[in-house]
Design a protein around this ligand. Sequence first.
Ligand code: Q46
Ligand code: ZN
Ligand code: ZN
Length: 328
Amino acid sequence: MKCRTCRGPAIIDLPRHNANFCAEHFLELCRRQVRKAIDDFEMFAPDDRILVAVSGGKDSLAVWDILVELGYRADGLYIGLGIGDYSHESEDFARRFADERGLTLKVVSLRDDHGFDVPTAAKATGRVPCSACGMSKRHLFDHWAREGGYDVVVTGHNLDDEAAVLFGNSLRWDVEYLARQLPVLAARDGFPKKVKPLVRLSEREMAAWCVVRGIDYIVDECPMAVGNKHLGYKEALNLIEEKSPGTKASYYLGFLERMSPLLAGVHERGTAGLSACTKCGAPTGAVGESVCAFCRLAERASTMAPVPVEMVVKKSAARRRAEKEVGR
Ligand code: Q46
Ligand code: ZN
Ligand code: ZN
């Protein structure tokens, strides 16, 4: 196996590029893809202050590493979600990455700073944990970006993540969600700009980036992701990709090229008429509510006894079994 660029020994084969690469030229390819995403979508300027949403997983640590390598001013924000050992370990990986490189990482804990955690929030809302978790993360990233005076929030969503979300959204033709998954959401009404510089790179490429660069990351999936629809969409797309390499990229990148100009204004249109939350000052649009969804959740969940992770995981497994039995 030889590198396409230098003919030296290759360390990775990339079927969608129909080529193999050595470590040096593989890293170069990744940097080029990130630079192209940043330029094509005008994600940020060279001296913008960037806040990276760090989970301790491969994608968020890789994107932070790449941005720093490319010379950007990027700090990290880690949110402790209170998901048992998974949260403790992922926080350790995030802290170690930042310490070893002398980077600035802010750590916020849902339990210590806001009086609740994701398993308890799941019980309080009676919905799947990812719904309260996603809302809390978005709220806190927005909040700390405003507080810290950052120009933009970066997330580590990769090509596989975005293709799976696109698949789900297009199965339902949900235009509002389709518009929201563009790799850039402009700043508006107190919400910071949000960008996804890894959209041109796959999950496997990001794992390889971490291996080559010596980045340790949490390999385990969040225990609450079990049964998550997006995992099913990913598996379906992987089956197609196996048979015809490159399909996933052309599906998602084709969406960006041909659909993004058509959807550009939809998200902005959907956010008119926001006011400031009377508790935390965050923009809120809920009709008849002066307090934002996060503060309302915190108010409810923080008065409850903490719910152990295992209980929520067990409950979702039981729910899945029941759904299977009734054929849903
Ligand atoms: S951390 Fe939170 Fe994810 Fe776990 S509970 Fe769901 S959303 S799966 S990225
Ligand atoms: Zn090479
Ligand atoms: Zn609030």
